[in-house]
Ligand binder design. Structure first.
Ligand SMILES: [Zn+2]
Length: 321
């Protein structure tokens, strides 16, 4: 599932392309995508894009008349951009629904190009909400604290940093507000905005903390380590993904990247100590960690963890959304 770094790069790429441009037409290829009835799709057609915003793991396109198109890519949803080839000419892809590939969910035709949404696999999880006004937009907010804050509002400015990282005191308050395993706390969208399965693995590896450590048992020093690791991991990945995308649209969005230390690296050597990366599998999720750096040499056996996993572990994609 695209998380804060991926969504940030998507938004920056969209800002460069569609900010100030008019959304001419929306075509939905899947009846399952749109989760709202009012305002209708036609309400956003002909409107200019005035703002791009991230809301948790959602991408929000703000249009005239306070209309918002809110996309959640879930696990396999991806965006693609095709520039118009010339005035009055649009790419073949937009000429009719029949041209759409099977995994194609929607097309947003702007006056300068086409943004399309695809979703790999057979499960239709990605969603689109169309809402009007800030209050309606806020109902889609899961409530997790924003880790990077812009002094001048929430919108991402071009060529600008992520904003100030949350202060340690606020971060600590959120970490200790409930007693959860660290894995669950980091990925809970009610606690933190934008972190999912992949970056939580990376953050915990950087912090050298166990994914099953309970948050209310953490020492001040451990919270500080988590705080630093969260900031550095997210910041580094935004920079890395920004470099990778360059001036092109981010087409290689994935939760598994070769530069990651633990996520998706089961049985591969830990880049810090060389021990084999281990995993905890539960429901549809896999958590990866280094037993040497993070759990004091202990292998976390799935069976011994059964109660913790049953009660205090992210279960499925919907819980992480
Ligand atoms: Zn290690």
């Amino acid at each position: 599932m695209p998380e804060l770094p991926d969504i940030t790069i998507y938004i920056e790429a969209l800002e460069q392309r569609i900010l100030g441009h008019t959304l001419e037409r929306v075509q939905l290829a899947s009846p399952f995508l749109l989760r709202t009835a009012m305002p209708p799709v036609t309400a956003v057609e002909g409107k200019q894009v005035q703002e791009l915003r991230r809301l948790g793991k959602r991408i929000c396109l703000g249009l005239e008349d306070e209309l918002w198109l809110v996309l959640h890519l879930m696990i396999a949803g991806r965006l693609h951009w095709k520039e118009s080839v010339g005035p009055g000419l649009v790419p073949a892809q937009s000429r009719g629904l029949t041209k759409f590939a099977k995994n194609h969910l929607a097309t947003f035709q702007f006056d300068n190009g086409i943004l399309s949404l695809t979703e790999a696999g057979t499960q239709r999880r990605a969603s689109l909400h169309i809402v009007q006004g800030e209050d309606a937009l806020r109902t889609l907010d899961r409530g997790g604290v924003e880790l990077f804050r812009k002094a001048n509002g929430t919108s991402t400015q071009l060529n600008c940093g992520l904003g100030d990282f949350i202060d340690l005191e606020s971060f600590t308050r959120v970490v200790r507000s409930e007693n959860h395993t660290l894995k669950r706390a980091l990925t809970d969208p009610r606690l933190f905005s934008g972190i999912g399965n992949a970056y939580s693995d990376e953050i915990l590896w950087h912090a050298q903390l166990s994914p099953v450590k309970l948050t209310q048992k953490m020492t001040d020093e451990e919270v500080l380590r988590l705080y630093d690791a969260t900031r550095e991991t997210l910041f580094d990945w935004v920079m890395r993904l920004r470099d990778e995308a360059g001036s092109s649209f981010p087409e290689k969005v994935t939760a598994f990247r070769k530069e990651m230390a633990t996520h998706g690296k089961y049985r591969e050597p830990c880049p810090r100590c060389g021990a084999k990366i281990q995993r905890i599998r539960y429901a549809t999720n896999e958590t990866n960690y280094c037993p040497n750096c993070q759990t004091g040499g202990k292998l976390l056996a799935d069976r011994a963890l059964s109660r913790l996993l049953r009660e205090d572990w992210p279960r499925n994609a919907d819980e992480l959304a």
